[in-house]
Design a protein. Structure first.
Length: 115
């Protein structure tokens, strides 16, 4: 079992920044992929960015150049730095962990971008 706990969400004005954190605990495989997804009301869950345990990152086109995903393997943490936030970034952001055939999700943290 792996537990994922997100933090750092909140209300921010357009153009502002937020940093999300995800703490992983439990039976974590050394080789894994962690990611951030988001889900807005009435929309499908979408991948925001992913990062392998080696540090290889990938992003959705909608956030490239604005968001940065990073991780600290020693602390079992993954982060999402979000800059130049737009109202359309408003969603619940969920942390994701995958290793071999196991997949786990966090509960999510709300990000609201509004003036």
């Amino acid at each position: 079992q792996v537990q994922l706990v997100e933090s750092g969400g909140g209300l921010v004005q357009p153009g502002g920044s937020l940093r999300l954190s995800c703490a992983a605990s439990g039976s974590i495989f050394r080789i894994n992929t962690m990611a951030w997804y988001r889900q807005a009301p009435g929309k499908q869950r979408e991948l925001v960015g992913s990062i392998t345990s080696r540090g290889s990152a990938d992003y959705a086109d909608s956030v490239k150049g604005r968001f940065t995903i990073s991780r600290d393997n020693a602390k079992n943490m993954v982060y999402l730095q979000m800059n130049s936030l737009k109202p359309e970034d408003t969603a619940v952001y969920l942390c994701y962990y995958s290793a071999y055939r196991e997949v786990y999700w966090g509960q999510g943290t709300q990000v609201t971008v509004s003036s």
